[in-house]
Design a protein around this ligand. Structure first.
Ligand SMILES: [Zn+2]
Ligand SMILES: [Zn+2]
Length: 169
């Protein structure tokens, strides 16, 4: 599939076609080229730590198969339009920071630009902003004194004689 085809297919997954989706598709596409997508272990994927949440997350999930569910996509909400990518097998990594786009272009032209302009006009490449967050160790469970729901112990706040979940704090 070429990148336009990926974008078309990704829109079915995302529910609509938009510049944000195109940004995610392009970022994932470039990351796949730079870091490789052929993994020795088929359970491995390129990992992505996105620095804000938007339509582009679905482009990344669709192109790389890195999802919230399989733990290869994580969000560190710094409010930046930037993506850190990691190859878990080679240790290679890179970060793409989204540059200013010609937003005055008509929507379809803008999308085409995002998918096909030279990569260095779309993203600035930098070293990653940090390591990919490790999998959480299996923490024990506890029960909230207020709502009675079970939750992960490492999220508990102890206050006077109470054990509180993040909702009841
Ligand atoms: Zn969208
Ligand atoms: Zn609670």
């Amino acid at each position: 599939m070429d990148i336009h085809e990926y974008y078309k297919q990704a829109g079915k997954f995302h529910g609509h076609w938009c510049p944000g989706l195109a940004i995610g598709v392009r970022a994932a596409w470039e990351a796949g080229k730079a870091l490789g997508t052929r993994m020795a272990d088929r359970h491995n994927h390129i990992q992505c730590l996105a620095e804000s949440s938007a339509c582009w997350l679905d482009g990344i999930q669709f192109v790389l198969g890195s999802t919230l569910g399989n733990g290869s996509l994580k969000l560190a909400d710094y409010g930046k339009s930037a993506f850190n990518f990691y190859n878990p097998e080679t240790g290679e990594s890179l970060r793409y920071y989204l540059l200013d786009l010609p937003r005055e272009k008509p929507r379809e032209e803008l999308i085409d630009y995002i998918l096909s302009a030279p990569a260095e006009e779309i993203f600035r490449q930098t070293p990653v902003s940090g390591p990919f967050p490790p999998r959480k160790e299996k923490a024990g469970e506890t029960v909230c004194s207020r709502c009675g729901e079970k939750f992960r112990e490492d999220k508990a706040v102890y206050w006077e004689a109470l054990t509180l979940c993040p909702h009841c704090l």
